[in-house]
Design a protein around this ligand. Structure first.
Ligand SMILES: [Ca+2]
Ligand SMILES: [Ca+2]
Length: 204
């Protein structure tokens, strides 16, 4: 086998592996919905593990699982995206579909009952929390935080196992800023503006 043929084969297998992995990931099923208060977009994914949902957020939308920065954003996500998730249905009954947040423990996949061990996957500072009483409980395995729709108060936070609760079909909420389409449109314009500025500086 020639070197070129080997390279072609290697590329083919790599692409095939990447495609197979992508197909296994959750996919966007509703949204994006714009939140004027944050200037961000929120998209609902199909059910999947926390780690697969975060991988899908990066691969398909260029974002991360949602960072809840304050009570107003919590209310928006549970009200708007929660309704979209419930419309998709849950095995254990209406209106109790869980939503994955971007919060996870530094000890994951082993859970932690130490709240300080939890941080946002987006890298943003933790400015707000909405834990249910007794959470994080340090489930083992665990360390991945879902909004528990059927709990009291509804959509309070609970650290659970990576694969989620099969009866509540944890679905990822992806937060993006700005809308990916806008970035694509803005990109060439920004490059053009930068080149024009550079040319003006050279000439003057
Ligand atoms: Ca946010
Ligand atoms: Ca827990």
């Amino acid at each position: 086998m020639s070197r070129v043929t080997r390279l072609y084969l290697l590329s083919f297998v790599t692409v095939l592996l990447a495609a197979t992995q992508s197909f296994a990931l959750p996919i966007p099923v509703a949204g994006p919905v714009f939140n004027p208060a944050t200037g961000h977009y929120y998209t609902l994914l199909s059910p999947g593990s926390w780690t697969d949902s975060e991988a899908a957020a990066i691969a398909f939308l260029g974002g991360h699982l949602v960072t809840i920065n304050d009570a107003a954003e919590q209310a928006f996500v549970q009200g708007t995206i929660g309704a979209l998730a419930n419309a998709q249905g849950c095995p254990s009954g209406p209106n109790i579909c869980n939503l994955w947040t971007g919060l996870r423990s530094s000890t994951a996949p082993v859970g932690s009952a130490v709240e300080a061990n939890y941080s946002w996957v987006s890298g943003e500072a933790k400015t707000y929390t909405n834990w249910l009483a007794g959470e994080p409980s340090g489930d083992n395995p665990g360390g991945y935080v879902t909004m528990a729709a059927g709990s009291a108060p509804a959509y309070g936070w609970n650290d659970i196992i990576n694969t989620g609760n099969p009866n509540r079909l944890d679905r990822g909420v992806v937060e993006t800023a700005p809308e990916p389409g806008t970035l694509l449109l803005l990109g060439p314009a920004l490059v053009g503006a930068a080149v024009a500025t550079w040319r003006r500086r050279r000439i003057s």
